[in-house]
Design a protein around this ligand. Sequence first.
Ligand code: SF4
Length: 238
Amino acid sequence: MKLVIKGFIQTSLLDWDGKIVSTLYTPHCNFRCPYCQNAGLIINPQKLETIPFRVIKDYLRRNNKWIDGICLTGGEPCMYKELPEFIQKIRELDIMVKLDTNGGFPDMLAEVINKKLVNYIAMDVKAPLDFLSYSKSTDIKNPLILEKVEDSIRLIMESDIDYEFRTTVVPTLHEEEDILRIAEFIKGAKKYAMQNFSSQGEILDPKFKKVKPYPIEKLNKIQKLVSSYVGECVVRGG
Ligand code: SF4
């Protein structure tokens, strides 16, 4: 599979805390989170227009005075063997790179970290690190994927790259206790973000269209408990 870009948001203030970025979306994913808001990108990417790299490059070149960086997201960008080369081409434009990943490809993550290609990594921790919880949140069928996720967490925490772990907190999948178990696993991490679930967008499992997000007060309460495990804990959304 070749790395292509299927979505390009020219300006976003939401995808990298404190930075103005352009956001690029790669198609396909090795997970099937039922609450995924990018179903088209995962299931039917062939229906989406491919954005030529020259369009992205021209835009970034013209605007790199005020665009701090790009956020490379998906889908799962680490699925593609050309990822390091792609990021290198962006870095040549004097633009910083944030990489979003679900942690399923630790070998690629290690390469990107060792070559110092990215400035920031945001890794999803979808559930407590046991197979039952993780498969409910991601529909993975193979327990070995969980080992890869754990390897990715270790790699990131031992690297000198700036990072965050994050969880989309979804009623019916996560209770307070689950978030505390995640926090225990990533104890000592620099930053952890709890993102409130939203049923907006093209949701992968239509049943999740009817799920109401938790009131933000509930996430704020969990945030207080989690703050003692990590350097910084933030709540997003809601
Ligand atoms: S939420 Fe992320 S990891 Fe899950 S299916 Fe969607 S793109 Fe993949």
